[in-house]
Design a protein around this ligand. Structure first.
Ligand SMILES: [Zn+2]
Length: 239
């Protein structure tokens, strides 16, 4: 793989996870001229609908809509992602090759175990990639910032990103997964039983938007504190 320098890399278990959880933010960064990439850990072959081939074609279309510079797939077994040394080193190798300043990982409370393990592999890989003596090729590199996509999670989020201008393209990127969301009754149950995914994405992003005086927003959580230079200029009114 040729070395490319990305500004942001989102890591997720399945093709379409990134689009659903933080696609608007990725598109926003691309709108700002940043280079964005996605690493999917599996080919999504265990999904209720579609197969690895159809999801690969869907992902290619979604990548175009989001304006990605790079998209890779680790081809780990779907629904059997394991947090082990071998997988950590594979992800660390990708981190060294694409050298992202910002990494977006899934939040750590998840319904699907693969999502949690994607977070753990992603975090450990970011750390390991910075160790000079690590037994993989490439130059040591550690991303500057790790944020966790926490939209749809019932937690207190650290911050929101305004995606009002990107919401339609985000929805288009998710719609590109025709093998998953073809409008059939079955496809309407994929995200969570009883939940229509497009309604859920719109309503949730609208809710986050309202919390901060915007139309649509995506939610993120971070582990470290936020540094502010001048609190009198902080956005979002208190009262
Ligand atoms: Zn998933």
């Amino acid at each position: 793989m040729d070395n490319i320098k990305l500004d942001v890399l989102a890591i997720a278990a399945h093709r379409d996870d990134v689009e659903i959880t933080c696609g608007g933010t990725i598109i926003k960064l691309v709108d700002k001229g940043k280079k964005a990439g996605v690493l999917d850990l599996t080919q999504g072959e265990m999904g209720t609908k579609g197969d690895a081939g159809s999801r690969a074609r869907d992902a290619e279309e979604a990548s175009k809509i989001m304006g990605l510079t790079w998209r890779g797939n680790l081809e780990l077994p779907d629904s059997a992602v394991e947090v082990n040394r071998d997988n950590k080193l594979k992800v660390a190798g990708i981190i060294r090759a694409v050298r992202p300043e910002l990494v977006i990982l899934p939040y750590w409370i998840q319904r699907h175990p693969d999502h949690l393990y994607a977070m753990e592999l992603g975090y450990d890989a970011c750390y390991l990639a910075g160790l000079k003596k690590l037994e993989i090729g490439g130059e040591a590199f550690r991303p500057r910032k790790i944020i966790y996509a926490s939209s749809f999670r019932d937690v207190r989020h650290s911050f929101f990103v305004d995606v009002s201008d990107q919401m339609e393209r985000k929805l288009d990127a998710v719609r590109a997964y025709k093998s998953q969301f073809d409008g059939s009754p079955e496809s309407k149950q994929i995200f969570k039983p009883g939940v229509h995914i497009f309604d859920f994405m719109k309503i949730t992003a609208r809710h986050y938007g309202h919390l901060v005086g915007l139309e649509y927003a995506e939610a993120f959580t971070i582990k470290e504190n936020i540094l502010i230079d001048d609190p009198s200029e902080m956005p979002v009114k208190s009262i």
